[in-house]
Write a protein that binds this ligand. Structure first.
Ligand code: F6R
Length: 370
């Protein structure tokens, strides 16, 4: 049932183009308006939403953090991300105008479920972004947007993660539509760009697997990895680090590139592998240039630098020892392609070590205890 793949994880990474296109499918009416799956919330209530609080754990929380950048930009309301287990045990500020978004692949994560119940007790509306039809989290929510990634068997989340980003983006565009914070044409443009992402993910799968596998070979003995990113590249860095911890049992940490000089650069020593998510070079804007200088800084201290960068980036080649390329796309959509080489890299590292890729030690697919 692995369809010829070595592992479910391998199969599921290769299903990402489909997970993205299926999550986009059937969301639009003939006039181009966006629809949610199950909504027990009035459009007027959506219009009145003045804050979003995302509750989730692990990878799902990183998908939420990616979406924060997009939704704040599109809808102009604050988006907070909170780990569900932290949210639950403090006194969060929620009002009837707060939309709580629970993101969960399984729909059964106890931490997220408890946080959801807590939010509803405070009178907030909860919208679930979930991959499992009929599971507890969507059943207890006021509205649901399903990710159509298909069943995810491998413990490490891959295709569900990209589908979560797509669904959260659709929610953002839906809010922009009902609140009128964007022109219809702008929304359509972004939807069209989203529809082009499966092909771009496919390009990465078809063209970068070899360099990724060779890099894993070279790095097989590394004891730790640092992952750096800015803006949406920051949660992607954390997700890349999480994959490596989970299945290759390798210590790795993802952090915001701007934090380097506030501490983490002290970790950089001769040969330390540092993976850097480089934003699009178009216009060589501040974001791009700052990340390029972060590569320079760690390189100057002896780091072995691995960059994830856009094809044709004229600067990255001067500083990176290895580059995983991705096709051109807007910064906000780039996490959908940039996470792919990091997933493959973690998988290749785990393969080299002969670890059980689909069932890493100490972990369960769905964490049904608090
Ligand atoms: C990472 C991973 C976990 C889950 C987290 C939430 O690869 O699988 O971090 O993302 O346990 O699980 P769900 O999405 O089922 O609530």
């Amino acid at each position: 049932e692995k369809g010829g793949w070595d592992s479910y994880m391998d199969k599921e990474i290769h299903e990402e183009p489909l997970a993205v296109s299926d999550t986009l499918l059937g969301r639009f009416s003939v006039d181009g308006d966006l629809n949610l799956d199950e909504v027990r919330i009035d459009e007027d209530v959506f219009r009145s939403i003045d804050k979003i609080v995302v509750i989730a754990c692990g990878s799902a929380s990183y998908a939420g953090l990616v979406a924060k950048y997009a939704i704040e930009h599109w809808v102009r309301i604050p988006v907070e991300i909170e780990l569900a287990h932290e949210f639950r045990y403090r006194d969060p500020i929620l009002t009837p105008r707060t939309l709580v978004v629970a993101i969960s692949q399984s729909g059964e994560t106890m931490d997220t479920l408890m946080a959801l119940r807590h939010a509803r007790e405070q009178g907030s509306r909860v919208l679930a972004i979930c991959n499992t039809q009929g599971s507890t989290i969507p059943r207890e929510s006021d509205a649901v947007l399903y990710t159509h990634a298909g069943p995810e068997i491998a413990v490490a989340s891959t295709k569900a993660f990209v589908a979560q980003i797509v669904a959260a983006y659709l929610l953002g565009l839906y809010l922009a539509q009902v609140k009128g914070t964007m022109y219809r044409d702008e929304i359509r443009q972004i939807v069209d760009n989203l529809k082009a992402m499966p092909e771009k993910i496919q390009w990465v799968l078809d063209n970068q697997a070899d360099v990724i596998a060779q890099t894993a070979d070279r790095m097989a003995k590394a004891h730790s990895f640092l992952f750096l990113g800015r803006h949406v590249g920051y949660p992607v860095a954390m997700e890349g680090a999480l994959k490596l911890k989970e299945i290759a049992y390798t210590f790795s940490e993802g952090f915001a590139a701007g934090e380097l000089k506030h501490g983490p650069i002290a970790l950089v020593d001769e040969g330390e592998p540092v993976v850097v998510i480089v934003p699009s070079p178009r216009g060589r804007d501040v974001l791009h240039n700052k990340v390029i200088s972060s590569i320079e800084e760690v390189k100057a201290r002896g780091a072995f630098t691995i960059a994830v960068a856009e094809v044709g980036d004229p600067d990255v080649e001067h500083y990176a020892d290895v580059i995983f390329w991705r096709p051109e796309c807007s910064t906000l959509l780039s996490p959908l392609t940039d996470v792919v080489p990091l997933q493959l890299f973690a998988m290749d590292m785990a393969k080299l070590k002969h670890y059980d890729i689909d069932k890493p030690r100490n972990l369960a697919k769905s964490v049904t205890v608090e």
